[in-house]
Design a protein around this ligand. Sequence first.
Ligand code: HEM
Length: 353
Amino acid sequence: MTTSRMPTSRSWVLRRFADVQAALAAPELVPPGTRALADPAHRDVQRSVVNLLPVSVVRAAMPALREEAQRLLVALPATSVRDFVGDVAVPWSEAVTSRLLGLDRATLASALPLAQGVFDAASMSDDGETTEDARHAAAMLAALLGGRTSPAVVQTFVALSQSLPGVVSGMMLALLEHPAQLGWLRAACRRDAADALTTDALTADALTADALTADALTATALTVAAHELLRYATPTTAVYRRALAPVRLGGCDIAAGDLVVVRLAEANRDGTAFPDPDRLDLSRGAPGHVAFGAGVHRCSGAVIVRLLVECMLEVLVTCDVTLAPPPDVGVTWNEGLSLRTPKALPVCASDAR
Ligand code: HEM
């Protein structure tokens, strides 16, 4: 069943790609706590994200962020099983957060536990409403990051420090499970342009220009791969909407006041939108995925996150360290109602140092 109703709570769950897209575009359905699909306060938040963190600032930080990722990977000892989440994804995301937001060590250290409180409350929420505890932690975080008056600073800090490690770790797990795909990306990034083009590697859509330079080819391969990894390992599995007025969606009559659970993860594995959807295919190019939502509430940080994913991907495939899953140690998961990312991702490092 793709659409289901929980009779007592008047909640609906939408899973098909087409239904999810329609729900995110429907003016009758709004994020919990808001009164219209788009209002001036909402536009202020979107604008302030762009002002707080222009893409040019993120691009300028890339060399330092690449270097930091490389440093963390090279530091993994080749003799023991390590945790990619704790040893690489978390410290890298914290470095990203402090660099992009210009925070000193002390502020970062005080802010992280508060951000975790906000994040945990949000990922455990079963209706998308902000809890009292989360509001309190967010207010303390805003005060701590004070001086930075942007209304987006709390959301940006929480996303970069708490969501990014899960995104990067989910991507890493998908690559560990698909070594051939990792090999394809390595070939593309090692400027093996001719091979990449003559095998079935890059999608025709991604390569419409006849004469891409080697750098552009690498950049294209990373972008195409990042989209597919975000589709395949969708970290935010669901978002919530409240109906302001009756609306018919996915064959269901949703009444005013009903809650709608919009399942992004299942939509991203819908075969009508993505053929052979459970197959990771880095050359597929899946820019239509809904890992960042869709419509007016699509993630304002989506471009930044994609650039950060590409940055980590490039380091993973170009540095001398190779990671492999250890034979007997399994992955554990952070599994909230609206989130699924690795909590611990055991890896063995080997290298050509
Ligand atoms: C790190 C991984 C991230 C993931 C997986 C993610 C995911 C999402 C998703 C799924 C939504 C849609 C919410 C909905 O439709 O109800 C969203 C909204 C949003 N995200 Fe992100 N996000 C991430 C990072 C960021 C970053 C770094 C920023 C800020 C720089 C950011 C700012 C926002 C804002 C402001 C919204 C609300 C947009 C609106 O209502 O117009 N996100 N995000």
